[in-house]
Structures are given as structure tokens and as C-alpha cells.
Design a binder for this molecule. Structure first.
Ligand code: G3P
Ligand code: CA
Length: 270
């Protein structure tokens, strides 16, 4: 009996900490293989067994919510239009698939409603808001009309005002504040600090921080700070398995990647 207990104790002592099951989030859909922010890219993400998709959203001139990363359409369509100064009908004429590969010719800029309509049961979406808080009332309506469960839709934004407005106006869903790092031109130090990031996240009542995958800054101390304050910890955008393993060891809640199937297999996630 004593021997058994000693053996069990020994096993517990030597067993490495097994990382929790991280969620894999498909960045702009499965955007390594398909044109970003299109239904083709989101469908492929589901085929690649992503736990969630991430997409970028703007409000159009006629107050429709559309899925596109840039504030102008040139990079993905070849035609220059300002999203916020265009109507949905005008934007729908653009082909945002061909730039990636001719086989995606004819892919249109989707609406938020179309993207929400293809989310499978139990899967999620990170809705990144690229404009300001004026979109939030429309967002609340679209989410309600989708019939999805509250835990299936999460709002993310670099704009802390968008997170604050989401928490106030759509309290039933989660909101993560997005943050990145920049080098101070004089001191060469990366900013902001963990404490500064924490202060903003708490100020806007975010459920968590979705942070740029910067290994120097996103370390055990930073994660301890978040966890002590009961904040979730998510990272973007990770395509290297080595980097992903670093964040996995830190117990990250979700990893956003352009390559969901590849990363899931590299990390040996089920
Ligand atoms: O998931 C967050 C990430 O998408 C932010 O960067 O420029 O790809 O929208 P960006
Ligand atoms: Ca994004």
C-alpha cells in the first residue's frame, strides 16, 4: 500500500503539466488556403475543424455590416472603394476571390448575417470590429436575429470604446480587447507594458485580452497578471508550431491562425 502510494506520488511529481485544450480560431477563415473574409474561407475553416472563425467587420453607408479587413476595397478586389462610403449593393459587385486564385473568382464580400448563418452548432465566431462603436446597435440586432447561442458570438476590437459599448449594449456575449506591441522610437522598448494592458482591459470590462503573439512580452508574468484578474488569455496570429507550443505551455485559451488544420495537427489537438 505504502509502495503504491509512493509510486503514485512519484508519478504525480514527474508528470509534466499537460496543457489545456486550446481552441483554434481560423484567422479571416482558413485564409492561408482561401481568400480572407469570404464564405469560401469560412466554409474551409469549418472543414479544417476550426473551433471558431475570426472575421473583420465594418458598417456600410446604408448601415449594413460587411466582412472585410481594410477600410478600402483595393487590395482584395482591385477596385478602390471606401467601405463606409459605399452601399451594400455597390460593394456586392466586387470580386474578392480572384486575387487569391482564379478558382475563387466571384466570391463576394459577405454580410455578417451570411457569416453567422453558416456557423455549425457548438462552433464560435470572433467578430472583429474595425470601425467605431456606432456599429454596436446594429451588431446587437444581427446577433439576436441569427438565433445563435450567446456563447457562440464573441466581439473583439482594438478600439477600447467598441469593447465598452459592447459590454454595455450586448451584455449577454463576451468581448475581448485586442492589443499589440510597438517599439518606442527613442527607448527601443516594446510598449505598452503588461500593467498598462491590464488597466485598459479592466476599464472597459473586457472578458479577456486577445494579444499579439510576441513571445518576449507575452510571458509567464504577463499571464499571471491576467489570471489574477480573472481575464481570459488569447493570442493572434500564430502560424509557427514552435510559437504555438510556447503559448500552449502558458495555458493560452485560444490561438488565432491562418492554418487551422495544420496547427491543430502540429499541436496534436483532437
Ligand atoms: O484576431 C486578431 C487579428 O485578426 C488582428 O489583426 O489585422 O489581422 O485584423 P488583423
Ligand atoms: Ca482581424
Amino acid at each position: 500500500m505504502i509502495l503504491l502510494r509512493l509510486l503514485a506520488f512519484g508519478l504525480i511529481m514527474v508528470t509534466p503539466v499537460v496543457a489545456q485544450a486550446q481552441k483554434i480560431v481560423a484567422h479571416r477563415g482558413a485564409s492561408f488556403d482561401a481568400p480572407e473574409n469570404t464564405l469560401a474561407s469560412f466554409r474551409l475553416a469549418w472543414e479544417q475543424n476550426a473551433d471558431a472563425i475570426e472575421g473583420d467587420f465594418f458598417l456600410t453607408k446604408d448601415q449594413q455590416i460587411v466582412c472585410i479587413h481594410d477600410s478600402k476595397t483595393k487590395r482584395t478586389s482591385g477596385v478602390e472603394q471606401v467601405v463606409s462610403e459605399s452601399t451594400l449593393e455597390e460593394l456586392r459587385k466586387l470580386d474578392v476571390g480572384s486575387w487569391k486564385d482564379p478558382r475563387f473568382k466571384g466570391e463576394k464580400i459577405p454580410t455578417l448575417a451570411e457569416v453567422l448563418a453558416i456557423i455549425p452548432t457548438g462552433k464560435r465566431i470572433y467578430i472583429e470590429i474595425k470601425c467605431g462603436p456606432e456599429i454596436v446597435p446594429f451588431l446587437g440586432r444581427a446577433i439576436k436575429q441569427s438565433g445563435l447561442a450567446p456563447e457562440q458570438t464573441i466581439v473583439i476590437s482594438f478600439n477600447d470604446k467598441v469593447i465598452a459599448a459592447t459590454r454595455e449594449q450586448i451584455p449577454e456575449i463576451k468581448a475581448y480587447w485586442l492589443a499589440g506591441f510597438r517599439q518606442n522610437a527613442q527607448t527601443k522598448v516594446l510598449e505598452p507594458t503588461g500593467q498598462e494592458l491590464l488597466a485598459t482591459a479592466l476599464k472597459v470590462h473586457a472578458h479577456g485580452i486577445d494579444i499579439q503573439a510576441q513571445r518576449e512580452m507575452v510571458n509567464a508574468d504577463f499571464v499571471t497578471l491576467l489570471r489574477k484578474n480573472r481575464l481570459e488569455f488569447h493570442v493572434w496570429t500564430v502560424n509557427s508550431p514552435d510559437d504555438a507550443r510556447h503559448f500552449q505551455q502558458l495555458g493560452v485559451d485560444s490561438i488565432t491562425t491562418d492554418r487551422p488544420a495544420f496547427l491543430r495537427s502540429e499541436l496534436q489537438l483532437k
